[in-house]
Design a protein around this ligand. Sequence first.
Ligand SMILES: Cc1ncc(COP(=O)(O)O)c(C=O)c1O
Length: 371
Amino acid sequence: MIPVCEPFLDGNEERYVLDCLTSNWISSAGKYIPAFEERFSGFCGAQYGVACSSGTAAIHLAVSALGIGPGDEVIIPSFTIIASANMVILSGARPVLVDVEPTTWCIDSRKIEERITPATKAIMAVHMYGHPCDMDPILDIARRHRLFVIEDAAEAHGAAYKGRKAGSIGDVGCFSFYGNKLLTTGEGGMTVTSNHAIAEKMRLLRNQAFEDPRFVHRFVGFNYRMTNIQAAIGLAQCERIEEKILRKREIAKRYTALLAPERDLTLPHEAAWAQNIYWMYGILLPDSYGRDRDATMRRLKEGGVETRPFFCPMHRQPVFQEGKDPRYPVTAGRFPVSDDLAARGLYLPSGLNLTDAQIHEVVEKLLACRA
Ligand SMILES: Cc1ncc(COP(=O)(O)O)c(C=O)c1O
């Protein structure tokens, strides 16, 4: 089976992890945590990094540190992973859905303003599959309406918007280091920001809001700490992040060269102002493909090629169907682009250890599904 993605550990990971084990620093204190925070946030072009246990935790830390809570609304794309909506809900606020663009698959800034109400506190821009959102219009709307901008850059390590790295453009950027991400710590995440007060608040909330005197608390916090072992892996991964980005872009280039002649397939986009890191090489199958997306995926699996479908949009989630909880997003309304992506989208094997021969095999088997 050609896997859709696997961790790629080709640097100092083993050496740094052994250092944690032999020095006995295996918990959430130790030198690798600040070293990883500094290195990754520096790579992003942000002043502060707060490492945490997952990308989901990173979003929750960001939302909480910005003071978003009951009675507030946060604009999110309808086409995203459910973590985006869930962390808003967990904070007591309500996600408000906006459709995405047919080209970048990211939130459509032209549709944001009509969803703003007096309760809106933030816009969550999710950089989809490695392509950044068109940030200038989003920042402009946020400025005019006095809203925070949270970037969910879980899938977009090193992606750039007009030369600025994803995660460093809004008030807070959130990253995931899950095993399938460009940079992985197994499980893990980080928030980055250049705002000292927000960074300190996230640091506090990450660790149960412990302050001095210990066990006396002024805030409701969480245990979202990252371990030194995870940070050791993260630091080693970060040392080679530029090579990883180049490899992802090379994989995408190969796929595109082979698939571009197939005029009815929609291939990933790279806007003139963007650097796409092609976290996953996503494609849209045409209706004319002869079989639907799920049947194509099944056929590929039988042929030894693992794929994944695109996200099921938030307005289609059974859990959010109206009336169950006042914090759930309103699912009524039309989100045609999200629906189209969800019906026709899938991503092909995109791991850093994918060989050229495997890319050829994937394409051959995909094209054989026509008929
Ligand atoms: C866009 C996006 N946001 C958030 C997350 C959540 O990250 P994690 O799985 O590390 O909690 C993911 C996970 O894949 C994601 O793709």
